[in-house]
Design a protein around this ligand. Sequence first.
Ligand SMILES: [Zn+2]
Length: 322
Amino acid sequence: MRPKRYPTFRISFLNYLPIYPIQSNPISIHTGAHVTSTNGTANGSTNGTAKGAALTLDQARRYARHIILPEVGSIGQRKLLASKVLLIGAGGLGSPAALYLAAAGVGTIGIVDYDVVDLSNLHRQIIHGHSNIGRPKVDSVRDRLADVNPDVEVITHNELLTSENAMDIIKGYDVVVNGSDNFPARYLVNDACYLLGKPLVDGTLFRFEGRANVFLPGKGCYRCLFPSPPPPGAVPSCAEAGVLGAMCGVIGTIQAVETVKLLLDLGEPLVNRLLLFDSLSMEFREVKIPRDPECPLCGDNPTIHELVDYEAFCGVPATVLG
Ligand SMILES: [Zn+2]
C-alpha cells in the first residue's frame, strides 16, 4: 500500500521556515501565493487579499501556529488582525470567546456589558479574577485582554444594549457573538444583526446543556426558531436554574471557533444547523433549522422592519448577562 502523501503540509512546512529570518524588525512575511495548497482547493484567506499592515517579527512568532496552517497563512492572520468582533456580554460565554479571539489576533474586540464583577460570577466567567470583584466587567475584560495580546484593541461599551443604541453599536463590527442570557437581549441582537446584515454567532446554556449556531442574513434567524418569546417565567434564567461552569467553556469556545471560521471563510459554519451539547451524556447532536418563509423578520413577507421595545415584547426586563 502506498503511503498517503500530504502535499499541503510539505508546502506549509517550507513556508514556515522564513518566518524567523535574522532581519531588522518589522519584517514582511509571506503573502498568499506562498501558502496556497498544491491542489488549489484551499479556501479562505490563502486565496484572498491581504488586509492591514505586514506582520512584525513578534507577530510572526505569536501567530506561527496559525500561519503554518495553509488555510490561514499570513494573509489570514492579517485578516484576523484587521477584523472587528463584538461580544454581547462579558459573562460565561463571552469570557472564553473573548480570550480565544484575542489570542487568535482578532484586531478589534468590542464588549457590551453594563454589569460589575460579582463573586457569584467567578465559577464560570473565567476572564474575570477575584481582584476584579466590584469593577465594571468591561474594564476587567479590557485589562485581561491587554495582557493576553497587546495587538488587540478593546472597545468597551459599558451600557445596556437597547433599541436606541443597538444599531449604532453593532454596525461597526464584522461579526457579533451573542453571550446574553435573557430574552430581550436575544431578540434585540437577532433583529439588529439581521437588519444590519451582520453574521451572528449564537450560544446558550441551561444547567448541563448548551447549544450553538450561526445566523447569516438571508439564511434564517432566531425568530425562525422562536417567533415570539415564551411567557415570562416559563424559562428560568441561569441565576434561577444554575449552570455547570465549565459548560461555558465548551459553548463559548465553539462560538470563538465559528467566529474565526467566518472571518476567514473557512469550512462549514453552523448555519441552518443547531448544535446541541449534553454534558451529562457527553453527546453532541445536530438539528436542522431551515429558514422559515413565514418568519416575521427574515421571511418572505416580513412584518418587522425596525427594532421594537424588547422589554415589552418579552414581558421581562433585560437583566443580567451571562
Ligand atoms: Zn427568521
